[in-house]
Design a protein around this ligand. Sequence first.
Ligand code: FES
Length: 162
Amino acid sequence: MGPSRHDLLTVGQLAARSGLAASALRYYESLGLIRAERTAGNQRRYPRATLRRIAFVRAAQRVGLSLEEAGAALGRLPEDRAPSTAEWGAVAATWQQRIDRRIAELELLKRKLTGCIGCGCLSLTRCALYNAGDAAAADGPGARFLVAGGPAVEQRGGDGGE
Ligand code: FES
C-alpha cells in the first residue's frame, strides 16, 4: 500500500522542513536523489521519508561527497524505511575513511602553507601548494580549492615579476 495523501508533502512544505530552496529540491530530483509523485493537477508531492533522504545527502556533503557520490551511497540504503544499524554502519565506515583522508590532506596542506607564509608568490611552478605530483593535493577538497583559485592569482602577476 502506498502512502496516503496525508503523508505527502508539497514542495513548499518540503522546502520549509528541509531548509532547501524549491529550486534545490528540483535539482535533487533531477539527479534522482529524491522522487516526487504528481497530483492530478501535475503538482509535486513528496513522501515524508524524503526528508530523511535529504538529511542523508546533506550529511554526505559535509563529509565531502559529491551529490553523485551521495546518490550512490543512498542507493545502498533502503528507500522505504530507516536503515538498520548494519546498513548504516557500512556507509558510515566509508565516510570515516573519507574524513581520515581529508584530515591527512588538510594537515599536508597546512604544512605546505607554513612554507608559503611570508612568500605569497603562489607560483604555479614553484609553490608547494600546487605540487602536481602530490596525490593528496590532486584529490583533496582543500588543495583543489586552492588550485582552482591558482591561475587567476597567477595572472595578477604572481609569476610574472611585475
Ligand atoms: S606562496 Fe607558496 S612558495 Fe610562494
